[in-house]
Design a binder for this molecule. Structure first.
Ligand SMILES: NC(=O)c1ccc[n+]([C@@H]2O[C@H](COP(=O)([O-])OP(=O)(O)OC[C@H]3O[C@@H](n4cnc5c(N)ncnc54)[C@H](OP(=O)(O)O)[C@@H]3O)[C@@H](O)[C@H]2O)c1
Length: 299
C-alpha cells in the first residue's frame, strides 16, 4: 500500500484490463504496491449496467480506471450505435456505479474530440469539435463522467501504442508498420496529419501520478512531441533498422471512412504544472517499446 501525496489508494479496479492501456494500469498499480483487480470484457462488459454495479459493489475500491473503449474509428461510421454504447452510455454506467460506492472514476478520452484547426498543441481549455461517430461517442463519455460525478479525472490521450497491442489482432500503429514492412510492398503514410503518439506504460504511470496527487478534472497526456504519422513511421523504421520503401501521402490521396483532425497534438503543460514529469522524447519511448516487445516475443 502506498501513502500518496494527496490521495490514498488501497484498492483500485481496472475495466478493459486486456487492452493496451489496461494491462499497463494493472501492472503499474501492482508495481506501486496497490491492491488491484482488472476485468477484461469477458469478465465485465461495461455496457451491462447491472454487471458493472455488481462488480463494484463486491470490491471496495477507492479508484476505478476505465480503460475499456470502442476504438475502431472508421468502422464506427457504419455502426455509430455500437461506438456510442461503449464510449458513451457505458461511461454513464460506470459513473453511476462509482457514485453509489463513492469511488473516484478515472476515464480516458481522445485527441479526436478536436477538429484539428489549431496550430498549437491542444490544451484542456480548447473547445472540442468532434468530426465523426467515434469522436462524438468519446466526447459523450467525457460528458457523462462529468455529469454524474463531482470529482472525476478525465485524461485525453493520442495514438496509443503499447506491448498490449501484441496480444490482439488490431495491434497498434507500430505493429501495422512492421506487418507492412514484412509484406515488402511500398508503405504509404500520411504526412499531413499530426498527433502525439503515446506509449501506453508512460500513459499509465503519468495517470497514476495524477491520481496520487489528488488531481481531478480534465488533463491531456500525450507523447513527447507532435509528429506526422509519416514521421512516426520513419522513426519506427530508424529504430528497428528496417528499410522498407516508405512514401509520404496525404488525406486527399488516402481516403478513410471517418474524418480525422489534421492536427491533434496534445499539450502536456497542465500535467507538468502540477508537478508530473514531462514525457520523454518519442524515440526513447519507441526504444522501450521494442525492448519490451523483444522480451515478450523472445525475438
Ligand atoms: N488506441 C489509440 O490509438 C487511442 C487514441 C486516443 C485515445 N485512446 C483512448 O485510450 C484508452 C485506451 O485505449 P487502448 O489503446 O488501450 O485501447 P484497446 O487496446 O483497444 O483496449 C480497449 C479494451 O477495451 C475492451 N472493451 C471494448 N468494449 C468493451 C466493453 N463493452 N466492456 C469491457 N471492455 C471492453 C476491448 O476488448 P476487446 O479487445 O474484446 O474489444 C479492449 O481490451 C481508450 O479510452 C481509448 O479510447 C486510444
Amino acid at each position: 500500500m502506498r501513502y500518496a501525496v494527496g490521495f490514498m489508494i488501497h484498492r483500485a479496479v481496472v475495466f478493459g484490463a486486456a487492452g493496451q492501456l489496461g494491462v499497463e494500469l494493472v501492472r503499474e498499480l501492482r508495481a506501486r504496491g496497490y491492491g488491484v483487480t482488472g476485468w477484461d470484457r469477458s469478465q465485465v462488459d461495461i455496457t451491462d449496467a447491472q454487471a458493472v454495479e455488481k462488480a463494484l459493489a463486491q470490491y471496495d475500491a477507492e479508484v476505478v480506471f476505465n480503460a475499456a473503449a470502442y476504438n475502431q474509428v472508421d468502422v464506427a461510421e457504419q455502426e455509430p450505435q455500437a461506438a456510442f454504447l461503449v464510449n458513451g452510455l457505458a461511461v454513464r454506467n460506470l459513473a453511476l456505479a462509482c457514485r453509489q460506492v463513492d469511488a473516484r472514476l478515472v476515464h480516458f478520452s481522445t485527441d479526436y474530440v478536436f477538429d484539428g484547426q489549431a496550430r498549437h498543441p491542444y490544451a484542456e481549455d480548447d473547445l472540442p469539435h468532434p468530426l465523426g461517430a467515434y469522436a462524438v461517442s468519446k466526447l459523450a463519455g467525457e460528458l457523462y463522467a462529468q455529469a454524474y460525478l463531482d470529482r472525476v479525472l478525465v485524461v485525453r490521450t493520442s495514438g496509443v501504442f503499447g506491448p498490449g497491442g501484441l496480444a490482439n489482432a488490431r495491434g497498434n500503429f507500430v505493429e501495422v508498420m512492421l506487418r507492412l514492412a514484412a509484406s515488402k510492398n511500398p508503405i504509404r503514410v500520411v504526412e499531413d496529419h499530426v498527433a502525439s503518439p503515446t506509449f501506453a506504460p508512460l500513459l499509465a504511470s503519468r495517470t497514476i501520478d495524477l491520481v496520487e496527487r489528488d488531481q481531478t478534472g480534465l488533463f491531456h497526456v500525450g507523447g513527447g512531441s507532435p509528429v506526422s504519422w509519416f514521421q512516426f513511421a520513419r522513426l519506427i523504421f530508424e529504430t528497428t533498422g528496417l528499410q522498407p520503401l516508405l512514401l509520404a501521402t496525404n488525406e486527399r490521396e488516402y481516403r478513410t471512412a471517418a474524418r480525422r483532425p489534421k492536427y491533434s497534438a496534445l499539450s502536456n503543460a497542465k500535467m507538468e504544472r502540477v508537478g508530473i514529469d514531462p514525457m520523454p522524447p518519442l524515440k526513447a519511448a519507441l526504444e522501450s517499446y521494442f525492448s519490451e516487445r523483444k522480451k515478450r516475443l523472445g525475438a
